[in-house]
Design a protein around this ligand. Structure first.
Ligand SMILES: Cc1cc2nc3c(=O)[nH]c(=O)nc-3n(C[C@H](O)[C@H](O)[C@H](O)COP(=O)(O)OP(=O)(O)OC[C@H]3O[C@@H](n4cnc5c(N)ncnc54)[C@H](O)[C@@H]3O)c2cc1C
Length: 552
């Protein structure tokens, strides 16, 4: 239904969501000065030390999160997960762990095989390069004049060096740049930071757009649904200050509200599985059976190891804090620039694996509390909350193995006909037993690395899962209790060439003219690692697709 406010708000492009992809679009679509662009964001300003300063990650205020809650995960003893999603300028790039990982080049060739024509690695590489300014400069694979700053980790620790050496000894050779030609091997982490500060897409891209006269930004504005007139997306109904407003568009509407919200907006607009919509009291406009399906997430396990040298979690005294603070202020280095991990190892679980199959993240710091449940308690569930992390008191390292190509699929549906309701999220982290088998193997790879000479000399004992858990069967039993989601929700508006895909390879929503989805939702399958860099690439390529199309 059209809102009551006068329809004076008309723009060429209307983008919903100022997150990783939405900020890229805001910048690129407005850059020529020829088109009027409106960006609608549900959250507010990102001016906060918790966002700007990397260590703010572990104390992120809740107001920056949509705080979605999922249905119980029966594959993990009924665990009810909170699915974090940034609700602020920059979206999840403002609240994420800042890991910068493009993925295995073969991920994108796989996308092309899955029907995403034009998205092979050769096709997307120019967009990865265009996006970034990498601190080591450019080569055939890396960029040095894009809006997105990328740095190597500036947190040095003897155990990080030892872990990379041990990975080498365990058969995963050193790789200087996992975002280059080859992903596999062991490396220092790269991160979305510049001068030791978080570099969100709001900082990299949106700041440029905001200087332009043809660009308009609405914050604290909630997009309820898209209005479809005669088969064309004509406007968006937005709630601002408690008032419903309708914005109209001359050219295109782009949904970049993230993998949990973009499908919710489509479904509330009547674009989705017709029968399901009718049962929920929503009048179907386009029968699009794939909307909200294909929800994918990375399972991440936990290995905590007690070590015999001091780790960063112990450096909280005033003397250490002062040293880290000075290092941060003077050089943009040190413990205060810490990201989710300081080293990464990518590899296959079997010889000749077609893809990277696991990512192992290493941190020379120990976590405690909910991240380290009592593993002897079979009923323990494991709530991981990166935004409220507790540190261990003893010297401990944290190693997080991640199965990067999970087969488990969930879905996002409507909770009811009211577009203000949060989406309903159903997902089982180990809904497919093969993902659990892979995690068992990934934990065994971690143990192999820990036992290699370069690291073994530092190990006192394995705290989680614990040395008592030795057999595959024991690991299979304990892993669901020590696993959590990688925060990489994706796939809910799948791109493909088949009729059941939600968007075509130009990211146009099937069955509606003038409407695209551009965000993590469109990934046909998850990439090998953290998802911010691939989403930014999607935004970059989408901008070219939009600007080169005849969309009037
Ligand atoms: C806690 C956390 C840690 C992570 N760590 C990493 C990491 O270390 N490295 C990495 O590569 N990836 C990480 N990720 C994943 C990565 O950040 C996301 O995949 C990526 O940012 C998704 O981009 P997007 O554009 O799809 O969505 P988002 O960036 O989430 O943007 C969606 C935007 O839309 C807005 N929005 C939603 N609904 C509406 C509405 N109805 N009306 C108006 N606006 C709306 C939101 O407020 C948000 O700003 C992490 C994610 C989280 C949540």
């Amino acid at each position: 239904m059209w809102a009551t406010v006068a329809d004076q708000n008309t723009f060429d492009y209307v983008i919903v969501g100022a997150g990783s992809a939405g900020c890229v679009l805001a910048d690129r679509l407005s850059s020529s000065g020829q088109h009027s662009v409106l960006l609608i964001e549900g959250g507010g300003s990102d001016k906060s030390p918790f966002i700007l300063l990397p260590f703010g990650l572990y104390r992120m205020p809740r107001k920056f999160d949509w705080l979605y809650k999922a249905e119980p995960d029966v594959s993990r003893n009924g665990q009810v997960d909170r699915w974090a999603a940034g609700k602020v300028l920059g979206g999840s790039s403002s609240v994420n762990g800042m890991m910068w990982v493009r993925g295995d080049p073969r991920d994108f060739d796989r996308w092309a095989q899955e029907g995403a024509e034009g998205w092979s690695f050769d096709d997307v590489l120019p967009y990865f390069r265009r996006a970034e300014t990498f601190e080591d400069g450019s080569d055939l694979y890396r960029g040095d004049d894009g809006p997105q700053r990328v740095a190597r980790t500036h947190v040095k620790h003897v155990l990080t060096d030892a872990f990379i050496d041990a990975a080498d000894q365990a058969g995963f050779p050193r790789n200087r740049d996992y975002n280059g030609k080859v992903q596999t091997g062991g490396s220092y982490a790269q991160c979305s930071q510049g001068r030791g500060l978080r570099w969100s897409t709001a900082r990299g891209y949106l700041r440029r757009a905001r200087k332009r006269k043809n660009f308009t930004l609405w914050t604290e504005s909630y997009a309820q649904k898209v209005v479809v007139e005669s088969g064309r997306a004509a406007g968006v109904i937005v709630e601002r200050d408690g008032v419903l407003t309708t914005v109209r568009c001359n050219k295109e509407i782009v949904l970049s509200a993230g993998a949990l919200s973009s499908p919710r907006i489509l479904l509330s607009s009547g674009i989705g599985p017709a029968e399901e919509l009718k049962q929920l009291g929503v009048t179907p406009v386009v029968d699009a059976p794939g909307v909200g399906k294909n929800l994918q997430e990375h399972p991440v396990g936990t290995v905590l190891v007690d070590v015999n040298v001091r780790t960063l979690n112990q450096e909280t005294s005033s003397v250490h804090a002062l040293r880290h603070a000075l290092d941060f202020v003077v050089r943009g280095h040190g413990g205060l620039t810490g990201t989710a991990a300081q080293a990464v190892v990518f590899g296959g679980l079997q010889d000749g694996a077609p893809h990277t199959e696991f990512e192992i993240m290493f941190g020379p710091f120990g976590v405690a509390g909910e991240v380290a449940p009592d593993v002897s308690d079979q009923d323990a569930t494991y709530e991981h909350d990166v935004h409220a992390m507790k540190l261990a008191k003893t010297p401990t390292v944290t190693i997080l193995p991640c199965v990067v190509h999970p087969r488990s699929r969930g879905e996002v549906t409507l909770a009811g006909p009211n577009p203000k309701q949060s989406p309903k999220i159903r997902h089982e982290l180990y809904g497919d037993p093969r993902d659990l088998d892979d995690m068992v193997e990934a934990v065994k790879v971690v143990r192999r690395i820990l036992q290699a000479p370069a690291f073994a000399k530092y190990v006192v004992s394995e705290q989680v899962p614990s040395e008592a858990i030795g057999t595959d069967e024991q690991l299979r039993e304990i892993i669901p209790a020590i696993s959590f989601r990688g925060e990489h929700a994706s796939g809910t508006c799948r791109m493909g060439s088949d009729e059941k895909s939600v968007v075509d390879p130009q990211l146009r929503v099937r069955g509606v003219r003038g409407l695209r989805v551009v965000d993590a939702s469109v990934m046909p399958s998850l990439t090998s690692g953290n998802t911010n860099a691939p989403v930014i690439m999607i935004g970059e390529k989408a901008a070219d697709l939009i600007l080169s199309s005849d969309n009037v």
